[in-house]
Design a protein around this ligand. Structure first.
Ligand code: NAP
Ligand code: ZN
Ligand code: ZN
Length: 349
């Protein structure tokens, strides 16, 4: 076993504190990644708070990981020491079910092994990227293109793919009117990617505070959802709406903003269940769907797409000692637009 340093929550809703633990030695098909950066996803906050149930502690969160390979197992073929790589939301899956065979490991019917708060096949609890090293099977590792800086690329491993996947699946592109609800970590990546795909992008934010930023990121229109007139003005307008909000919203109100045959895709995962009426769906033959991150193949495609289109995350780089303040700021929608932890700060006292 190898010793690893990180930060963990010891119980639900507890502050994160320094924590040392062990990881497995590098196996035949594994690589060892010296973690350099890890993004803070709102999911980390939901999980530390046990808002979805099933959280186990101590928990070392973090699934937006970038770093450098320092060791490879004897059977590793894709990577070598010194390669710039990323690790996203999962580190294994059954590899046999229909979903895995279609490169959609995130929907593995056996259950993907999540990067943290998950259980490896041998029963070990997984720990994430708020730590200095991680051992991962090479098949679940991504290559970071040379032109992407490792700090700004880290959020692509979750935020980037979470928006890229539904934008591709529902054909966002020229001639399509796309709305993104919530301009946070995953939402701002949606604006950048949808704009790069050629769609007409609108941001629906709870206030106009981020309007200027939204336009710079690639939004053509920007509306405040706190203004009831927004819902009158935009009725029947969008082909695709992606809801990234982490809190409860009245989905019915937003379904009314879809055009004929339009789709609303839920990616934000609030704590409580939401009720949906039949009328907003049957009127206009509208669809309501959900989407979960993306498979390894598509995540690599997304990274290459971002490199080609010069897209990365807008980040605020913080030392790990500030992680608890960063959580508070995310909860207050006070992040522009992703906190990324500089992992070398772990060496500071
Ligand atoms: P985030 O940075 O906190 O962004 C969420 C945004 O939602 C905020 O910036 C804010 O945007 C809006 N918002 C927050 N509270 C609100 C409220 N009370 N009413 C209205 N709007 C509110 O979080 P994130 O990291 O982007 O994650 C967002 C959600 O997606 C989380 O629930 C997370 O667990 C989930 N997620 C899902 C997947 C997936 O695969 N499906 C992957 C990653 C994350 P405005 O200020 O613009 O209104
Ligand atoms: Zn995430
Ligand atoms: Zn599977």
């Amino acid at each position: 076993m190898m010793k690893v340093n990180g930060y963990a929550a010891q119980s639900a809703k507890a502050a994160l504190v320094p924590y040392s633990f062990e990881r497995r030695e590098v196996g035949d098909n594994d690589v060892l990644v010296e973690i350099q950066y890890c993004g803070i996803c709102h999911t980390d906050i939901h999980q530390v708070g046990d808002e979805w149930g099933g959280s186990t502690f101590p928990m070392v969160p973090g699934h937006e990981i970038t770093g450098i390979i320092s060791k490879t197992g004897p059977k590793v073929t894709r990577y070598k020491i010194g390669d710039r790589v990323g690790v996203g939301c999962f580190v294994n899956s059954c590899r046999k079910c229909d979903a895995c065979k279609k490169n959609l490991e995130q929907y593995c019917t056996d259950g993907m092994v999540t990067t943290y708060n998950g259980t490896e096949k041998d029963g070990t609890v997984t720990h994430g990227g708020y730590s200095n090293r991680i051992v991962v099977d090479e098949n679940y590792v991504l290559r970071i293109p040379d032109s992407l800086p490792l700090d700004k690329a880290a959020p692509l491993l979750c935020a980037g793919i979470t928006l890229y996947s539904p934008l591709m699946h529902w054909n966002a592109g020229p001639g399509k009117k796309v709305a993104i609800i919530g301009l946070g970590g995953i939402g701002h990546m949606g604006v950048k990617i949808a704009h790069a795909l050629g769609a007409e992008v609108t941001v629906l934010s709870h206030s106009l505070k981020k309007q200027e930023d939204g336009k710079k990121l690639g939004a053509y229109y920007f509306y405040a959802t706190s203004d009831p007139e927004t819902f009158e003005k935009l009725k029947g307008r969008f082909d695709l709406i992606i809801n990234t909000v982490s809190a409860d919203l009245d989905w019915n109100q937003y379904l009314e903003l879809l055009a004929l045959d339009g789709s609303m895709i839920v990616v934000g995962i609030p704590e409580k269940q939401t009720s949906v009426g039949a009328f907003p769906l049957v009127a206009g033959r509208r669809s309501l769907s959900g989407s979960l991150i993306g498979g390894i193949k598509e995540t690599q495609e997304m990274l290459d797409f971002c490199a080609k289109n010069n897209i990365a995350s807008e980040i605020e780089l913080i030392p790990i000692q500030k992680v608890n303040d960063a959580y508070k700021r995310v909860l207050n929608s006070d992040v522009r637009y992703r906190f990324v932890i500089d992992i070398k700060s772990l060496e500071q006292k």
